[in-house]
Design a protein around this ligand. Sequence first.
Ligand SMILES: Nc1nc2c(c(=O)[nH]1)N[C@H]1C(S)=C(S)[C@@H](COP(=O)(O)OP(=O)(O)OC[C@H]3O[C@@H](n4cnc5c(=O)[nH]c(N)nc54)[C@H](O)[C@@H]3O)O[C@H]1N2
Ligand SMILES: Nc1nc2c(c(=O)[nH]1)N[C@H]1C(S)=C(S)[C@@H](COP(=O)(O)OP(=O)(O)OC[C@H]3O[C@@H](n4cnc5c(=O)[nH]c(N)nc54)[C@H](O)[C@@H]3O)O[C@H]1N2
Ligand code: SF4
Ligand SMILES: [Mo]
Length: 760
Amino acid sequence: MTRTAPRICPLCEATCGLSLVVDTHGGPIEEHAEADGHLREHVTGARGDADDVFSHGYICPKGASFPQLDNDPDRLERPLVTRDGRFVEVGWDEALDEAVTRLRAVIDTHGGSSVGFYLGNPSAHTIAGTMYAPLLARAIGTRNVFSAGTLDQMPKQAASGYLFGHAGTFAVPDLDRTDHLVIIGANPVVSNGSMATAANFPGKLNALRHRGGRLTVIDPARTRTARLADTHLAPRPGTDAALLAAIVTCLFDEGLVADDLGGIATHVQGVDELRREIGDLTPERVAPYCDVPAEDIRGLARAIASAPSAAVYGRLGTTVVEFGTLGSWLIDVVNVLTGNLDRPGGVMFPTAPTAPAPRPARPGRGFRTGRWRSRVSGHPEVAGELPAVAMAEEFETPGEGQLRALVTVAGNPVLSAPNGGRLAAALDAADVVVCVDPYLNETTRHADVILPPPRPSQSPHFDAILNNLAVRANARYSPRVLPLPDGRPDEIDIVCRLILGLSGAGIDADTGLVDEQVIAATLSKEVTDPHSSVAGRDVETLVAMLPDAPGHQRRLDMMLRLGAYGDGFGAREGLTFADVLAAPHGIDLGPMCPRLPGVLRTASGKVELAPDPLIGDLARLRAAVHAEHATGDPSLLLVGRRHLRSNNSWMHNLPALTGGTNRCTLQMHPDDAARLGIDGVATIRGAGGSLTVPVEITSDIKPGVASVPHGWGHDDAETRLSVAAAEPGVNVNILNDGTRIDPLSGTVVLNGLRVVVGPA
Ligand SMILES: Nc1nc2c(c(=O)[nH]1)N[C@H]1C(S)=C(S)[C@@H](COP(=O)(O)OP(=O)(O)OC[C@H]3O[C@@H](n4cnc5c(=O)[nH]c(N)nc54)[C@H](O)[C@@H]3O)O[C@H]1N2
Ligand SMILES: Nc1nc2c(c(=O)[nH]1)N[C@H]1C(S)=C(S)[C@@H](COP(=O)(O)OP(=O)(O)OC[C@H]3O[C@@H](n4cnc5c(=O)[nH]c(N)nc54)[C@H](O)[C@@H]3O)O[C@H]1N2
Ligand code: SF4
Ligand SMILES: [Mo]
């Protein structure tokens, strides 16, 4: 017998609705279940949910592999702790108690900041990661907070912070209505989009073409996305900030700046200063550096300016690069100057149903970095985080404030970050490492305690973060599809019990206490805000209106009711959590709407187009543009790539996703291969180390560029990834010594790194 159940896919930012097929006879899946006396139901299939209001049935190979992920025999079911240098399975109370006692001991002796906290990518896709993990960092009491953000989007956060006043306020391309989409350094046909939550990105690109719109792709590789483009420009990696600066100078010089900035000029300041400061970075000046003809840059500037609407969108090719924050800033500068900020078809600010309801415009405190600094290299804090690549040195370097312990939630920095070997050694030497993670992998194998979350099917789901990036507002909640076995904490419970343990309440305290504190604090603030829908009301009365339900649902109800579409706790018609729960395929809340000026929190209350730190960093860009470029340089510039059947470092263990074209190879142009005498296998050397990799020769890669995917290198015998180990690949991040950082965001350079390639 089978039944089906809707479940939002947690495997990428597209948040597709899946329809899971559940075998209700129970499965022989793994021995533990039998030992526990559970004959469990299990998930046997996943289809796209045709009724899902956001994804309308779309699914990709990763989503289709949900059952294999859920049933993966290598997934940890019980906590592991080290005893005499080996991992042993223990019960939940013992593992949690050990984690808390050992972390407490470090905190009591050396202070909260001696414990580091690393939050990895999948945390953006879980309730535990979005609504609870930040509270765990606070309970530890540490300023040594790290995340995959400084391997990814932090430059975009910093740029958005300077432009709009808050590092979480993002302008997202209005994919469904734009007339000209310009994609820079992203491959959404494969990645399914990032920092722009849209299900069926490939379908949206096709729809753009069908309605007569234009697609421009800027990428040194002719990716699957580039193949759909009307125009494909292939710049030298790392040079996009210069190319964008040249578009800006061209807009100014050719009088292409939109009248009244498309109607938002009163909300923008700094246009004249920008024009002055961007100066000589003209298309002709940057063309040799970018290796893109000046006429192509001018042509693009004109095309963006003349389109009825246009949206410039950048991702990893524009962030994990030397000028990541400058590039992210200039993307939105082009959007502003061409009149495309905050208008349909341009880039707009989404309104998530759980975000606080929009308030009237008011100047904010603005965005600044460096409220504290990393101890060893003095990196400034950015959006509350220090660079992930600084973790190893913070462990290695003795002295006051040295890192002695680490808590990770959903991260694999030993593979995903440069310096993996150094970090691994540091973790082995640490007093204690606690990982909340379902796998014994390259990072968690250095832990003292591993606390595995249950299967995705046993976890509820709500996208509290990704809704802030959605091209169409929606509210969707997935309850657990399979029940949790007795005594098995879910990830919310695991994180809450760590919080309660560290805060002194004890690991056995009611986990709902964590939520009640957040609820009380949030509502106490709301009732004193004259612009809140609950201004002046009594907190206890409001709390009493929340459902008698698990803590996360009570919080979601509060957030929804206070949000833009909420009922204001009965003050108006609107959403409650009960409405969302009653709509298993979700509630569509419509397209993005204009949000200026209310969304701004800069000190001026305007979009600040020429912030000092960015203007200041132009000197570094100018120096790179003007530097002499040696001809005949034997080195190549390394870039990354993604594959439809890969997900960073952690899905190579699913048979359905491995093999075929999903291989860890070095892709390079035939001219380079001939010049360097390479055939079959190559050796790559970078500042951090060297690797031997199979080569794929393809004219889809620009000459002078080498493309190698990340997340491979599963050859550590101490891990438990039996499928991945059979085809381990190599860890490309070994090549990177992690010393090149975008100074404004603390983000390490992963794309555009110089490497030397030769025959193996
Ligand atoms: N299937 C799959 N989907 C994923 C992931 C995955 O691993 N697999 N990972 C998820 C994650 S964590 C993220 S952050 C997103 C990333 O989403 P994307 O950014 O869309 O993914 P990438 O494939 O890294 O695309 C980056 C592109 O930038 C190009 N590039 C590299 N350097 C430069 C440069 O200097 N300039 C320009 N213009 N282009 C450059 C590369 O050739 C590549 O095509 O994908 C998410 N989705
Ligand atoms: N060279 C190079 N390096 C890169 C990139 C690149 O393009 N090139 N991309 C970078 C990017 S964009 C990113 S986002 C980072 C990713 O960096 P990380 O987030 O550090 O690494 P992931 O590979 O995503 O590993 C995710 C971890 O989460 C665990 N996990 C999976 N599901 C869950 C869950 O539900 N709960 C918990 N608690 N754990 C879970 C997995 O077992 C795994 O250990 O890598 C970066 N590294
Ligand atoms: S695109 Fe694929 S991985 Fe991403 S949410 Fe949809 S089904 Fe899941
Ligand atoms: Mo990412």
